[in-house]
Design a binder for this molecule. Sequence first.
Ligand SMILES: [Zn+2]
Length: 282
Amino acid sequence: MKLDSKDKQQFINLVRGFEGESEFDGLLEQLGNEYLIMNDLLLAKHNTFFQIDSLVISHDTIYLFEIKNYEGDYYIEGDKWYLCSGTEIQSPLIQLKRNETLLRRFLQPYQLSHITKAFLVFINPEFTLYKAPRDEMIIFPSQLKRFMKGLSLGKPQLMENQLQLAKKILAEHQDKSPYTRLPTYKYEQLQKGIICWKCRAIETKIDGGQLLCSICSAVENADSAILRSVEELRLLFPERKLTTNAIYEWCGAMVSKKTIRRVMKANYELTGHGRTAHFIKK
Ligand SMILES: [Zn+2]
């Protein structure tokens, strides 16, 4: 469906944020076994939720990383942050400090000897911040390489108690954020068809057992394209029964019911008979 401009902007921001975090994850993965890395944590203390992009545990330190994929020119006046257009934005530094405080409180019951360090990482090389403060908490793109190098120098191996700590933190991870805001959508309002795995366009066709995208020319095996669409249907409408007809309609009548039945039988479990027959996840 077409998103309105507010939802579209939120979507773009989420995608950009996700890309930035993925890029930083890639850097963290190079650190080696002396660190435990946990991404995208949602924790709560006394009903106050806080989200952590990356939490890294070493033998003596707990690192909190907030990742920003800002692009373009920004400036600071006092402790306020602005886009170059003059629009004020939420200060990411204040956000980081709030998260750090909440994390410290969250960790208090564990009585750790670790110190906590929080960093605001700007991952995008196209980012410029005018009148930037000389703040050790901020890592600019030009400092990132050196910062990571400094981290990876001579750390002792992790001990069992660090693993235990990580497990305890993961057990506290909340699945659902009260702040998630999804656009409202109805089944009838959505355009049906199989979207391209690569560019998400719906301008696709099935030819010779393959899904072809007329926008980006990506090719995908038709069976896997069907399964991907079924997963999308499950995610968007978990209450709908996965009948052959339902999948046929969802896929925009692009593939035969015979093909759908074959692919579904091989990957899902068939339950019920006749009109109530539908597939469930194995
Ligand atoms: Zn495409």
